[in-house]
Design a protein around this ligand. Structure first.
Ligand code: C5J
Length: 224
């Protein structure tokens, strides 16, 4: 049965059976003190606002039987999947792979790479480890979604203008309808968060739609 989500620039009707919730990079390295986000000089407390809205959508998506995908940005311990152009930035002691309070920064298997406990993946949910900002680049995400005939993505997570935006742009070019859940995204730079959301829905929804967690939960309740 189709459901309709209130969104901008227009409401969107979709079939929950061909929709997925994609939660981008809600990892300790971005959200907690001592991780990658903080080494870049950011105030990581700004990302906390997205946690409860993400949790509300996650609960609703699970109840509605949606495919749930979690992503994690990070690299192999030998950094073989990290291009020098990405590694050679910032203070040498605070770069990707350097030791930090939550283990080596942005390295798979380290505590900081984990998804925060409030949004921990449930058994059977898909976790995509990605070396880039976009969740389609060098991952199996495209194949996973194609296998399940997914057409619509509800997207949330951090950060709005970096990994959320890159993923939505990649998905849009691949033919997915993307609804970004604005209050379930966050940025270290509030004006970039606002501009990132505005860019998605501008020009008739050039990259997709923008909604909010209450509207997403209400729409998914109709699917349960
Ligand atoms: C960043 C991300 N901001 N997940 N990563 O480097 O947005």
């Amino acid at each position: 049965m189709n459901v309709t989500i209130a969104a901008e620039p227009s409401p969107l009707t979709f079939d929950p059976a061909t929709a997925a919730l994609v939660i981008i990079d809600m990892q300790r390295d971005f959200i907690e003190p001592g991780g990658f986000g903080e080494t870049l000089g950011n105030d990581v407390s700004l990302l906390a606002a997205a946690i409860a809205p993400c949790r509300a959508i996650l609960d609703a998506a699970r109840a509605a039987g949606l495919l749930v995908v979690h992503t994690r940005e990070g690299h192999e311990p030998d950094l073989s999947d990290a291009p020098p152009a990405k590694l050679d930035r910032g203070e040498p002691t605070a770069r990707i792979g350097a030791p930090g309070p939550m283990g080596r920064i942005l390295i798979r298997g380290e505590p900081g790479h984990d998804i925060i406990p409030a949004l921990a993946p449930a058994a059977g949910e898909i976790v995509i480890d990605k070396p880039g900002k976009g969740a389609f680049y060098a991952t199996a995400l495209g194949a996973v979604l194609a296998d399940r005939s997914i057409a619509t993505l509800l997207v949330c997570g951090v950060t709005t203008e970096v990994c959320v935006h890159t993923t939505v742009r990649e998905a849009n070019d691949r033919g997915f309808r993307c609804v970004v859940i604005g209050d379930a995204c966050a940025s270290y730079i509030p004006e970039f968060h606002a501009a990132g959301l505005a860019m998605i829905k501008a020009q008739g929804g050039i990259f997709g739609w923008v909604s909010d967690s209450a509207s997403a939960v209400a729409a998914l309740r109709g699917a349960g």
